[in-house]
Ligand binder design. Structure first.
Ligand code: HEM
Length: 490
């Protein structure tokens, strides 16, 4: 009789699976209709586009989107498991998606980030996110940000010393600057990554990202964030690294708490970390730790990679580099300390930074989940769709950017900006769920560009951005070491 039980059990299970799949397909009927309007692969139950994706050859999630976009053209569709993904570089669609109250949730594949970092500002569901974002936004007011300029300057002086010596990897050099500055400002002490060549924290953080990237290959293919091979080979080191990071964040919080007891800070002077510490009733230490880590990671790689790209592009364009140099010497001088009042005067420098982030956006894509149908032009984007806003492609879309691969900072002259839809330029994402650290990042990058350019001539062998092969999941960087050199000015 045991075999009968097994047969009946298996039969019941099969019926349940068929019903579940059938119900899932029935609920998606409006998505199938919508998908017919765009390039992409046909949907296959359970497997989604497993076979098609396996055949195109890609190394991480970003790569999969890039390869598909090149092969099929944009906008396009694909399926991972039963999740529908729509990829777009259309400014009109992007404006609506990033601003609509029904698409504030992050796309389902952000769960890969959740598996690693748990819930936090970057991935909260909309309702929780709104409350937290309102709380943290108060700490990014302009007067408080202005008070950070001397930290940017102090740490950029250390960076200048580092660039005078040998270093291994430029992304790490700038990553170390952003990490040290962040801790100097928010924790109240420097971790001296810039001056400690044995400290591998940034490289390890990059390894975590790489792991997420590799896991995402399986996630893209099967539709869930599990990479057994990766878990066996890299999983343990990733878990132990995350534990180290957690310990580090707890020690930062303890240190800062003690500092605040000695020297209290109040009102609009409270940074996001001080604000969390002062509201211990709202923030359990484990929540504080997650939020701190996410801010730290969101600030470090992004700004570090952006700086690496800015200097490489300046190295490729000596005439533009000369104009930045002349502006810095005129507005600040050869040796004067860089102060808050100098920053608004660096107008050409700002255009260079903006143009660099257009051509090489540090975050190549962001994605949202549609909680309801959303009308965009003559199409109804269906509830349940995951929409990837493909920033890199948008920023190089010739519909908005003539001669898109040309590095031309004058695209950001006010009269040129006025000619374009604002949503065709979104290095910090857009709408209410954009980057909270946007102004902080712009100020930090201006200080670094000014201080480095008055000390060094920069060169690079690249003739076109096409020569740089990119990789990335959350942030983008070159697959190999980047070619960019700093020679001291006499
Ligand atoms: C050049 C530097 C930076 C770039 C290009 C950048 C870009 C972005 C982008 C595109 C997003 C949206 C991500 C998504 O929707 O998946 C984002 C979110 C975020 N960024 Fe930045 N970021 C930069 C620097 C910073 C800095 C310096 C900080 C902190 C001081 C920061 C903190 C955050 C946080 C906390 C979020 C999540 C915001 C939310 O969901 O409400 N970022 N950033």
């Amino acid at each position: 009789m045991a075999w009968l039980k097994i047969v009946v059990g298996a039969g019941v299970l099969a019926v349940l699976v068929i019903l579940k799949v059938g119900w899932s397909l029935y609920k998606k009927r409006h998505i199938f209709e919508f998908a017919k309007n765009f390039n992409g692969f046909r949907f296959y139950p359970i497997f989604g586009n497993f076979w098609q994706l396996s055949n195109i050859g890609y190394s991480d999630f970003f790569d999969a989107v890039r390869v598909l976009a090149r092969k099929l053209g944009l906008p396009l569709n694909f399926w991972y498991g039963h999740s529908y993904i729509h990829v777009t570089d259309d400014a009109e669609a992007i404006k609506v998606i990033l601003n609509h109250p029904d698409s504030l949730d992050k796309a389902s594949f952000y769960n890969i980030v959740k598996v690693i970092f748990d819930d936090c500002l970057l991935v909260y569901k909309a309702e929780d996110w709104k409350v937290r974002r309102k709380f943290f936004s108060k700490s990014f007011n302009q007067p408080l940000l202005n008070s950070y300029v001397h930290y940017f300057y102090r740490n950029s002086n250390v960076l200048v010393d580092v660039l005078h010596n040998d270093y291994e990897d430029l992304f790490s050099v700038f990553g170390h600057y952003t990490f040290d500055t962040f801790c100097d400002i928010y924790v109240g002490k420097s971790y001296n990554l810039q001056t400690d060549p044995n400290n591998r924290l940034i490289e390890e953080l990059d390894a975590v990202q790489k792991y997420i990237g590799e896991s995402s290959v399986v996630a893209v293919t099967f539709g869930f964030p599990l990479d057994l091979k990766g878990l066996v080979t890299n999983g343990w080191s990733t878990i132990s690294l995350l534990n180290q990071l957690r310990k580090l964040s707890f020690s930062m919080i303890d240190f800062r708490r003690e500092e605040l007891q000695k020297e209290p800070v109040v009102g609009s002077q409270l940074s996001f970390l001080d604000a969390m510490i002062s509201r211990g009733d709202l923030f359990h230490p484990s929540i504080m730790s997650k939020e701190l880590l996410v801010f730290l990671l969101a600030a470090t790689d992004t700004t570090g990679n952006a700086l690496t790209f800015i200097f490489t592009l300046l190295g490729m364009h000596p005439e533009i580099q000369q104009k930045v140099y002349e502006e810095v010497i005129t507005e600040i001088g050869r040796d004067a300390p860089i102060e808050t009042d100098h920053l608004p005067k660096l107008k050409y420098t700002e255009r260079v930074i903006s143009e660099s982030m257009r051509l090489l956006p540090p975050v190549p894509m962001v994605a949202r989940y549609l909680n309801k149908d959303i009308q965009i032009g003559d199409k109804t984007f269906p509830k349940g769709a995951n929409v990837i806003v493909y920033t890199l492609a948008l920023h190089r879309n010739s519909k908005y950017w003539p001669n898109p691969k040309k590095f031309d900072p004058d695209r950001f002259l006010p009269e040129e900006i006025a000619k374009r839809p604002p949503s065709c330029y979104i290095p910090f994402s857009g709408g209410p769920r954009n980057c909270i650290g946007k102004l902080y990042a712009m100020m930090s990058m201006k200080v670094v560009v000014a201080n480095v350019i008055r000390n060094f001539r920069i060169s690079s062998k690249y003739r076109s951005v096409d020569e740089m092969e990119m990789r990335g999941l959350i942030t983008m960087r070159t697959k190999d070491d980047i070619d960019c050199h700093f020679s001291p000015r006499k």
